[in-house]
Design a protein around this ligand. Structure first.
Ligand code: GDP
Ligand code: MG
Length: 556
C-alpha cells in the first residue's frame, strides 16, 4: 500500500457533539461495518461507555475508501471528550497528522472544543472543522462558523456542515481527510520504528499493543526490542483494527494496527515506547509525558480474603489505563489496600465501574482528596482567595469564556454538577493544572473520648472546617453503638474543639429477651455478640464498628 495513499486522523470534540456517531457513519460509508439501524457508537466497546454514553478509551479503525480512482487507507482514531481523559486524547493524536474538530451546530464552541483544539494545534496537526447536527431545529451553523473563525482563526469556508445522525454530507468529510491531511512522513526502507500509543490486556493472549509504524515493516516471527525495557520478544501476531482485530501478514510504515509479542507483565508494555528490530536499533521516539493524577482515593477490598483477586484486577486495568497511579496503603479499619491517583472524578468513577463490570470486584472507595504540599512556615498564614479571575474572551454575543484560578479541591467533588444546574446546562467547563498555591488549610482530627482516630484525619480549608467536622461527628454518632460509658465524638483543630456529638452510655443487653433457662440460646447470643466484636476496632477503650469508618470514609 503506497504511503501517499495513507491518512491517519483523529476526531476531537466536546462531549456529546457527535464524535462517535460520526465515526459510525464513516465506518458504514467505507463498508467497514454493514449499514444497519443498530450502529450506535460502534467504537465505544466498553460496557461503561455504553451505559454512560461517553467514550473513555480511544479506539482505532482502519477504513478503505475509493477516491478519484485511487484506493486510500484511512486510519481513524476516536478519542474521548471529557476533561478527565485529555491524556488519552493527546496520546492518540501523536499517531495522527490531522483531526476532524466536531462542533455541535446548536451548542457551538464549548470548553472542551477549545481545550482539544489547542492539543491538536500544539501537535501541529491539520484541523478540519466539522459542524454537526445541522438537522436540529435550532441549529445555527452560520453562527458556529463565525465562532470558529474568531476563536481559532480558521476561515468559515473550510467548515463542513453535516448531520452525523442522518448521514448528510459524510462523503465531504472523507474527501477533506484525503485532500487536507498530509500522508505520514515515513519510510519503508528504513529499519522498523514503531510507536506504542495504547495497549490493552487480554486474559489469554497477554498484552495487545496498538502501534503506529513510523518506519520499516514488521511481520510475524520478527524479533523486536523494546527501547524502554531493552527486552527482546518474538512477534506472534500483527493486524489492523477495523474496528475488530483483523490479522494481516505484515504492518508497513504509515499503518496503524496491533501487535502481540508475548508481553505478559504489566510493566512490559509502556505506552509511548518505541519498538525496533533486534540488532537494528533506532533513535527512540519522544514518548509521552506521564499523566499527572489530580484526585486520590483509597481503595480496599470489602473482604480481605479478596485482596489478591483485587490486586490482579487493578494491575490489569491499569495496564489498560496507564494514567492511574497505584501505591500500596493500609488502614487499621479497612485493612490492606491501595491509594490510587486519578485524572479527575469521572475518571475515578469509570475506573471503579470497570473494576466491577469487567473484573467482578467489589471495593470500598474512600472520599477523594487532592494533593497538597505542606510548607511549614508563616506563609500559610496568608489568606488566599478561593478563586481568582484570570481572563475573559467573548466567543460571540451570547457566549463568553472565563478563566479562573481555582483550588482543585473546590472543583473535584460537585463543582461541575452545580455549574451545570446553575446555568441550566448552558455552561461547560474544562481545567488544567496551574501548580500549587498557598492556602489557609488546617489539619482536622476526630477524637473519641479524647483519643485521635488516625483513619479520620483530614485536611480542610479553615472556613469549611466547621460544617465538615460537624457532619463527620453526626455520621459517627449514628453508627457507633451505645456502650457502658458515655462517648464524646469531637472534631478538633490543634487543641481547639470545633464540633461535638455524644453517644449516651448504655449496654445492649443481648440476654434481656431470654426468659428463664434456655442455656443453648443464651450461649448462641453471647457467641454472636463476640463475633460482632471481631468486626470492631478499638480506639482507646471504645469499640468502633468497621461500618462506622466505612460510612465516614466512603463517598456518599
Ligand atoms: P460524542 O460524545 O461526541 O461521542 O457524541 P455521540 O456520538 O455519542 O452523540 C451524542 C448524542 O448526539 C447522541 O444522542 C447522538 O444520537 C446525537 N447526535 C449525534 N449526531 C447527531 C446529528 O447529526 N443530529 C442529531 N439530531 N443528533 C445527533
Ligand atoms: Mg463518544
Amino acid at each position: 500500500f503506497p504511503v501517499e495513499n495513507v491518512r491517519n486522523f483523529g476526531i476531537i470534540a466536546h462531549v456529546d457533539h457527535g464524535k462517535s456517531t460520526l465515526a459510525d457513519r464513516l465506518l458504514e460509508l467505507t463498508g467497514t461495518i454493514a449499514k444497519t439501524d443498530h450502529n450506535k457508537q460502534v467504537l465505544d466497546k466498553l460496557q461503561v461507555e455504553r451505559e454512560r454514553g461517553i467514550t473513555v478509551k480511544a479506539q482505532t479503525a482502519s477504513l478503505f475508501y475509493n477516491y478519484g480512482g485511487k484506493l486510500y487507507l484511512l486510519n481513524l482514531i476516536d478519542t474521548p471528550g471529557h476533561v478527565d481523559f485529555n491524556y488519552e486524547v493527546s496520546r492518540s493524536l501523536s499517531a495522527c497528522q490531522g483531526v476532524l474538530l466536531v462542533v455541535d451546530a446548536n451548542e457551538g464552541i464549548q470548553a472542551q472544543t477549545v481545550a482539544n483544539f489547542f492539543l491538536a494545534f500544539e501537535a501541529q496537526l491539520s484541523i478540519i472543522p466539522v459542524i454537526n447536527k445541522i438537522d436540529l431545529k435550532n441549529a445555527d451553523p452560520e453562527r458556529v462558523e463565525k465562532q470558529i473563525e474568531k476563536m481559532f482563526d480558521i476561515p468559515s469556508d473550510e467548515c463542513i456542515k453535516i448531520s452525523a445522525k442522518l448521514g448528510t454530507n459524510i462523503e465531504r468529510v472523507l474527501q477533506a481527510v484525503i485532500e487536507r491531511i498530509a500522508p505520514p512522513k515515513v519510510s519503508r526502507e528504513n529499519p522498523l520504528k514503531a510507536l506504542v500509543f495504547d495497549s490493552t490486556f487480554d486474559q489469554y493472549r497477554g498484552v495487545i499493543a496498538n502501534v503506529a509504524l513510523f518506519d520499516g515493516v514488521v511481520s510475524k516471527g520478527d524479533k523486536i526490542v523494546s527501547a524502554y525495557t531493552q527486552k527482546t520478544y518474538e512477534v506472534n501476531e500483527v493486524g489492523i483494527l477495523s474496528p475488530d482485530e483483523q490479522r494481516t501478514q505484515k504492518l508497513y510504515a504509515g499503518q496503524v494496527g496491533y501487535l502481540i509479542a508475548g508481553m505478559k507483565d504489566v510493566t512490559e508494555a509502556q505506552i509511548g515506547d518505541t519498538l525496533y528490530l533486534h540488532k537494528q536499533p533506532v533513535e527512540p521516539l519522544p514518548g509521552f509525558k506521564s499523566a499527572k493524577p489530580m484526585v486520590f482515593a483509597g481503595m480496599y477490598p470489602i473482604d480481605q480474603s479478596e485482596y489478591n483477586n483485587l490486586k490482579s484486577a487493578i494491575e490489569k486495568l491499569t495496564l489498560n489505563d496507564s494514567s492511574v497511579t497505584v501505591h500500596r496503603d493500609s488502614s487499621l479499619a479497612l485493612g490492606a489496600g491501595w491509594r490510587l491517583g486519578f485524572l479527575g472524578l469521572l475518571h475515578m468513577e469509570v475506573f471503579n465501574q470497570r473494576l466491577e463490570q469487567e473484573y467482578n470486584a467489589s471495593v470500598i472507595l474512600t472520599t477523594p482528596t487532592v494533593p497538597y504540599k505542606a510548607v511549614l512556615s508563616s506563609a500559610k498564614l496568608i489568606k488566599a482567595r478561593r478563586a481568582v479571575q484570570k481572563n475573559m474572551v467573548f466567543i460571540d454575543q451570547n457566549r463568553v469564556m472565563l478563566k479562573y484560578l481555582f483550588p482543585l479541591n473546590e472543583i473535584v467533588v460537585d463543582f461541575y454538577d452545580s455549574l451545570k444546574s446553575l446555568s441550566s446546562g448552558y455552561a461547560s467547563f474544562d481545567y488544567e493544572d496551574a501548580g500549587y498555591q498557598t492556602a489557609d488549610l488546617v489539619k482536622m482530627d476526630i477524637l473519641l473520648n479524647g483519643n485521635p482516630v488516625e483513619e479520620l484525619v483530614t485536611i480542610v480549608h479553615k472556613e469549611k472546617a466547621h460544617p465538615i467536622g460537624k457532619s463527620i461527628c453526626e455520621r459517627l454518632k449514628d453508627t457507633i453503638p451505645r456502650q457502658l460509658f458515655e462517648i464524646a465524638i469531637q472534631a478538633a483543630i490543634g487543641s481547639k474543639i470545633i464540633a461535638r456529638e455524644t453517644v449516651k452510655a448504655y449496654r445492649k443487653n443481648v440476654l434481656a429477651k431470654c426468659y428463664g433457662g434456655d442455656i443453648t440460646r443464651k450461649m448462641k447470643l453471647l457467641k454472636r455478640q463476640a463475633e460482632g466484636k471481631k468486626r470492631m476496632r478499638k480506639v482507646g477503650n471504645i469499640e468502633v464498628p468497621k461500618d462506622a469508618f466505612i460510612r465516614v470514609l466512603k463517598r456518599q
